[in-house]
Design a binder for this molecule. Structure first.
Ligand code: CU
Length: 133
């Protein structure tokens, strides 16, 4: 092998490593929100806690920035039944808490949009919370 070919082979190998490394690298699709508790008691000022998880490691992600929240009764055909969601301080790193009034028993959909530090794109999840009577 000439020096030139060696350099090319080395470069090709490096590119191969870089490409192969891509899926293992963090990808915004590797993150998801999970409900800590799938049910709440119907009523005023209930707290909902979600965890942002890196599915490749199973670890919680503490530096998510939630920019969108919506809570409505879409799962029970009442998408127009929307309730206000207020972020409240979390008690544990990697968890995010919200306060909301679940005025009616049934299934509520929590839609979340978030950015993760160093990742392109956003995490968009819809979680179903059941409000019990
Ligand atoms: Cu309703």
């Amino acid at each position: 092998m000439t020096g030139f070919n060696l350099a090319r082979a080395a470069a090709a190998a490096l590119i191969g490593v870089a490409l192969a490394g891509l899926p293992a690298r963090a990808d915004i699709k590797n993150y998801e929100f999970q409900l800590v508790q799938p049910t709440v008691q119907a009523g005023a000022d209930r707290t909902v806690t979600v965890r942002l998880v890196d599915k490749t490691t199973g670890k919680s992600v503490p530096d998510g920035v939630i920019f969108a929240t919506r809570l409505d009764m879409a799962p029970d055909g009442m998408q127009e039944m929307v309730t206000k969601v207020t972020a409240v301080p979390a008690t544990e790193p990697g968890t995010y808490r919200f306060k909301a009034t679940f005025s009616m028993a049934g299934r509520w959909q929590l839609s979340l949009g978030a950015k993760v530090q160093g990742e392109t794109g956003s995490v968009d999840n819809k979680l179903v919370i059941t409000a019990d009577k």
